[in-house]
Write a protein of this length. Sequence first.
Length: 352
Amino acid sequence: MGFPADLLTTLILVGLLTPSACYNFCNSSRSYMSLHVPTNIRQLRVGDISLVAGLGDSFTVANGARSTTLFRVHEEYRGDSFSAGGRGSYEYGSTTFPNILRVFSRHLYGYALGPGNVTSFNARFNMAEAGAAFRHMPVQARRLIYKMKNDPYIDFQNDWKIVNLFIGQHDQCVACANMTQFSPANYNNSVRETLDILKQNLPRTLVNLIEPFNLGLIEEMMRLDPMCYYAADNVRCACDIFTNKTQMQQLASGYGRALRDLVKTGRYDGNNTFAVVIQPFFRNFSLPRNGPGIPDALFFAHDCLHFSSSSHGVLGIALWNSMLSMPADKATNVHVDTNVMCPSTEYIPISN
């Protein structure tokens, strides 16, 4: 039996116990929780975070993450989502971003608990929807705000929140039909509207803006495995990846630049209770490979498109490490053998 939450918090605050002492995570006597709840986002420690949420498409939904056949890849395994899922725990090997954060913030709330659609009990604040495009993000933001405001278990005004926004994959799958509609400029506009909504209506919030994943990389797996070609082309991706590989690469790069350009405008700077930070670990992403140098199919679900449950754990570490890194030190690729970082700065870095 563990400590009751209130006793655990008290022991941490008075310095008699640290999260690392409880869970053998970080060999440090440093405190990861503020003695008093901070009022400035630049004095925010990981242990101060109370709520976590996710916005996005099927990659945040974690479609097919635990599916056993191709015909079940449409199932939504939200609890396994690298950015907004909390099924299991870090102690038992699940390294999603919320599960790592829970080591430091045992009162964390909002992560998805298990499978189900966006209206299910398990979804909590994982508001992503399969098939969502960037134009749907403002609606998701409003739904998140409404849901938080009406949740009796949270202090809407005072709880510190992290919102992980990851969008642009589904857009690559349908952009071949209308490149103007799915242009980086329109992507910028929709993300800007989304962030403006969050800034105006969601107090005490840090937004992790995750650069999109380049779906054109899947073309190599399709060439090597006919089942991957069938799955990606007919189950999930409307645009043929073979003929649109370059276009997808250009879109992913363009969307990433759009995010960076938006943040560089300074639109979200200078606010004590709201900040947006770019997390670039997908920018130069390359397919994980096995011993002979062949793309590792285990990184993906049975549709060879979405991420498997184990890769969601890898990506959870990537997001966590990126959030804790200074801008010049943020990784722009994902390595499957990377260890979880312990916080090395007193506060979460709020800079781009």
